[in-house]
Design a protein around this ligand. Structure first.
Ligand code: TA6
Length: 313
């Protein structure tokens, strides 16, 4: 199945992902997590992480040429880059002079506990250098701004990068939360992808029903987003378009083994699908397939796993 135009150039469009605060994800499994106790693991793994990086990995596995940009630092940053390059991911990271790329911890037991670290300090000169790289994106290209930002960077950092992107008429996509996301809307992002919890947090609401999802997604369109993709885990996703169109798609049923990177996989699949077909329905279908395939896998889905899900959608 030709998931994606095998012509790597994707019709001449370039995609850059920007992960200002990437991570190594350290996932440990314990039978029953007990506080104030020594908990012994029954399983552990270290994977590359960070929202934009996960998008780059899935895009690459779909055969979509892209470059992963962002800040890496220290031994963790070097290892992150080594792991990505050994998996054939094209990276052009800025190596910071001090600090360490964060190591996020996920503890799997009867529940799932996630501890996301803050990340290294980033100097102004490094921001300028990254901004120059992003300036290469031209009309028809896409820049995906994804994830949290290191603590010392102002919440306006995304706006600063967006101004550079917009100068060259490239499109941009945002997957982050709170004020960081809201501040980008006036610049007309092609797509924003909050999950259900993030959408609710934006409006101080506990959003549950489909009509609430649709209502608040439309609020984001009214605030400037061209398209809003709300990822709803095993419930699937809702896409609200600037022309008023709404597309809802259920996620296929299956045994969920992993939640890390499902939203990032959905975003990557949607973008890959849209660039190939220029059609929101097929884009959403590929996005749903990627998100579900990652959920059904122990880590980010391989192309074969995505194909298996897609063929049954
Ligand atoms: O979406 C998955 C993931 O990228 C994990 O790899 C983990 O590193 C986390 O999200 C980072 O999210 P944050 O919002 O802190 O950038």
């Amino acid at each position: 199945m030709n998931l994606y135009n095998e012509n790597k150039r994707g019709g001449g469009k370039l995609i850059y992902t920007v992960t200002l605060n990437p991570a190594l994800d350290y996932t440990v499994e314990v039978d029953r997590l007990e506080e104030d106790k020594i908990n012994r693991t029954v399983g552990e793994k270290i994977t590359y992480g960070g929202k934009g990086i996960n998008v780059s990995v899935i895009l690459s596995r779909l055969g979509v040429e892209n470059t992963a940009l962002g800040f890496v630092a220290g031994f963790a940053g070097n290892e992150l880059e080594r792991m990505l390059k050994s998996d054939g991911i094209t990276c052009d990271f800025n190596h910071l002079k001090s600090g360490n790329t964060r190591i996020n911890v996920k503890v799997l037991s009867e529940k799932e506990t996630v501890i996301n670290a803050r990340g290294p300090e980033v100097a102004e000169s490094e921001i300028a250098s990254l901004s120059d790289k992003i300036a290469k994106a031209k009309s028809g290209d896409y820049v995906v701004l994804s994830g949290s930002v290191p603590e010392n960077l102002p919440n306006g950092i995304y706006e600063r990068l967006i101004k550079k992107i917009s100068e060259n008429k490239a499109e941009f996509v945002v997957d982050t939360q709170g004020e960081l996301l809201l501040n980008t809307l006036k610049y007309r992002p092609f797509l924003v992808k909050p999950n259900l919890e993030e959408l609710g947090e934006l409006f101080g609401k506990d959003i549950k029903t489909e009509s609430e999802i649709e209502f608040y997604a439309k609020e984001l369109v009214n605030l400037g987003a061209k398209n809003v993709l709300v990822s709803c885990g095993e419930r699937g996703a809702v896409l609200v378009c600037e022309n008023g169109g709404v597309i809802k798609m259920d996620s296929p049923k299956g045994r969920a083994l992993n939640t890390t990177g499902c939203g990032d996989s959905m975003l990557a699949g949607f973008l890959a699908g849209y660039i190939k077909s220029n059609d929101f329905n097929s884009a959403l279908k590929l996005g749903i397939a990627c998100g579900a395939a990652t959920a059904f896998s122990k880590s980010l889905a391989e192309k074969s796993e995505i194909e298996k899900v897609l063929i049954n959608l």
